[in-house]
Design a protein. Structure first.
Length: 255
């Protein structure tokens, strides 16, 4: 499985882009940087997007990629999420007020956007991948994902503070190749992290102790707030017993 980092920050500047990750250049996890990071051909080649939750930094480029794809006659893009997240997209995003309802705008092959519900508690088949949504602890309905291509798997935390269900699931996965975990604030912003449903290095370290598999499993860190990135990276570098790698734009991994 090939992982490309399109966006990995918890905010945006000219040097930072919000959450979006590409698997095998076919499916994306979250949509914070699909059009700012991909050329038109790559945007049109995308088959599906897994959306963890409805906060703007994780869905924003669904608007612009839909616009680009309809102009180029691309096939329907499957936007996959839990029922609550799809409800938010219908009511507050693709609602013909904030943005056109691209689920009703046709191409020759169907609607520009196809909303696909992911059932929790079971593996859903998305373009040949097995996708298991896992509830995590954020301020709104949010899911982490376990994505398995049959040979290897990757886990994505979504936006979360301390959580238990994610680790209950992952402790039973034998072909997990990497953890993709959020950390948003430094330790001196712990109160803000708790109120906003995010991790600091200390809370992330405590949560990782719930994972019983080998501690050298690559743990790739995303969602660092640009203001605090240097402090977060310094604090993460001091943690022991974990294999942490802060992500950067354009990073690529073969898992």
């Amino acid at each position: 499985m090939e992982l490309c980092v399109l966006g990995c920050h918890g905010g945006e500047t000219p040097k930072h882009r919000t959450s979006a990750f590409l698997l095998d250049r076919r499916i994306a996890i979250d949509a914070g940087a699909l059009t700012s990071a991909l050329n038109i051909a790559s945007q049109c080649a995308l088959e599906a997007v897994l959306i963890s939750h409805a906060h703007l930094d994780h869905i924003r480029d669904l608007s612009t990629i839909a616009d680009n794809r309809v102009q180029n006659g691309a096939p329907p893009l499957k936007v996959c999420a839990t029922a609550e997240t799809l409800r938010a997209l219908r009511e507050h995003f693709f609602n013909d007020q904030l943005w056109p309802d691209f689920t009703k705008i046709p191409t020759e092959q169907g609607s520009t956007i196809e909303l696909v519900e992911l059932a929790r508690g079971v593996s859903n088949v998305v373009q040949g991948y097995r996708v298991l949504p896992i509830p995590v602890s954020h301020t709104i309905d949010c899911s982490g994902f376990l994505v398995d291509d049959g040979a290897s798997a990757i886990a994505y935390s979504g936006d979360t503070a301390a959580t238990d269900e994610l680790w209950k699931v992952l402790n039973g996965v034998t072909n997990l190749q990497a953890l993709l975990l959020e950390v948003s604030f430094p330790d001196d912003q712990q109160d803000l992290a708790i109120r906003s449903g995010h991790h600091t290095p200390s809370s992330l370290s405590a949560d990782l102790r719930k994972y019983k598999a080998p501690k050298d499993l690559p743990t790739l860190l995303y969602h660092m707030k640009p203001t605090f990135q240097d402090a977060i990276e310094r604090e993460c570098a001091k943690l022991t017993g974990v294999n942490l790698t802060p992500l950067a734009l354009g990073d690529e991994f073969v898992l």
